[in-house]
Write a new protein. Structure first.
Length: 209
């Protein structure tokens, strides 16, 4: 569905507590369907080298998305080991959280800003939680970046208008139940993101994960 909708990137979740978690066999099968129509992104959370080895072998990802507490040193080590570009997710709730950015800017190939997980959440992302996008107004970074967290067809245009993010990522906002993607919502999300990009004369992209 994401490929048919024209997503630039498709995400594959490797985090066992998630309803979106994929086995390596399923990832291998899905990977073959992508056939170069989009970039494949492997999402992991504080994964060790052995798990990343398995993911890279099964999926042959174009990007690694690190959505845990990986330090800048760990990001560098993963980049060196796999020779793949790394996208590092950082959690934002208040302006104070922007202080974490400089240590990763120029280390990660791309940054992703996601909402802080709600209290008691089992997952560090994929919670459908948004944050105050005005925190990112006038952001100037070395690395390209993406916005995520609580996005969906109804608010992606507004999120792009406020943040002028070079890319957006969505997961639960295009689901009819946790882990169950909805083809119509995916198509709607990509169409609305692209319409906003065109209207605002922005450069890039939507990424249903
Ligand atoms: O989607 C998951 O299950 C997940 C698990 C662990 C870490 C991150 C996860 N998802 C990513 O979180 C953000 C925001 O998701 P949402 O749109 O608010 O549901 C996004 O990058 C997902 O790919």
């Amino acid at each position: 569905a994401a490929l048919n909708a024209g997503a630039d990137m498709v995400g594959f979740v490797f985090f066992s507590p998630s309803p979106r978690h994929l086995s390596l066999e399923t990832a291998r099968t899905l990977s073959a369907q992508v056939g170069g129509r989009a970039l494949k992104v492997a999402l992991s959370v504080d994964a060790d080298d052995a798990l990343l080895d398995g993911i890279v072998a099964a999926l042959a990802p174009d990007w690694l998305q690190l959505h845990g507490r990986e330090t800048p040193e760990r990001v560098s080590a993963i980049k060196a080991r796999f020779g793949l570009p790394v996208m590092k997710a950082l959690h934002i709730s208040t302006r104070d959280d922007l202080a974490a950015i400089p240590a990763y800017d120029g280390v990660a190939d791309r940054l992703m800003f996601d909402a802080k997980p709600p209290k008691g959440a089992l997952l560090p992302g994929g919670n459908g939680a948004a944050f105050d996008w005005t925190i990112l107004e006038n952001l100037s970074l070395q690395a390209p970046w993406m916005l995520s967290g609580g996005l969906g067809p109804d608010n992606v245009g507004e999120a792009l208008r406020i943040t002028r993010a070079p890319g957006v990522d969505v997961s639960s906002g295009v689901e009819r139940a946790p882990g169950v993607k909805d083809e119509g919502l995916i198509a709607d999300f990509v169409a609305r993101a692209r319409a906003a990009v065109a209207l605002l004369s922005l450069g890039s992209a939507a990424n249903p994960a």
